[in-house]
Design a protein around this ligand. Sequence first.
Ligand code: ADP
Ligand code: 5GP
Length: 195
Amino acid sequence: MEQFNGKIIIFSAPSGAGKSTIVRMIMERFDGFGFSVSATTRPSRGQEIDGVHYHFITPEVFKEKIKNGEFLEWEEVYEGRFYGTLKSEVNRVRKHQHVLFDVDVQGGVNIKQHYGDEAISFFIQPPSIRELRRRLILRGTDELFDINRRCEKAAYELQYAPLFDHIILNDDLETAVRLIEKILEKMEIFPQQAE
Ligand code: ADP
Ligand code: 5GP
């Protein structure tokens, strides 16, 4: 029997634009999607669970994994904060499900380049940087220092939008998710309705 080979579905955006929320909604609504759990050196925040939201590892272990070639891609997304996609994770999920990625804009471009037509990339566009800041403050998971540096980086990250297959404005959340679902449907990446 032919081996199932899930599609690569990438979500990138400045922090606070709503990628995690959108990925969560897709996974709740439809079967057949798995999440690529990244490795990071940042500490866990709020309700995050090791191995579910991220693999939380030390900078030493992260460097070891770089050396061993375990990452498909990695970035120092913020100074001293490393994030990376593990090859093992992608291969594991892909055998049974389509793989959803929540990665920064540079990572998104790199993964798309690596997988070509097997991948579809979405840039989640916030209505404005002011709204981004408002969302990050309301999310209540980051110190003001982190919120400021995330917003400072956002203007630069927005320039990456044209490099993605689709730009999705996340003003009204439900509208954004419906649009993504329509695009995935068109590509026949779809889905059995969850029970
Ligand atoms: P990211 O993963 O891109 O950093 P999140 O998904 O964590 O962003 O969203 C940041 C915050 O904004 C969360 O508190 C989320 O509930 C909220 N949010 C997401 N989409 C919208 C939207 N369309 N309108 C208002 N708030 C939103
Ligand atoms: P956060 O600290 O808010 O969870 O994530 C910060 C940024 O790092 C987000 O833009 C998120 O998408 C990105 N990120 C998470 N995992 C990875 C990864 O494996 N690779 C890259 N390049 N970025 C990632």
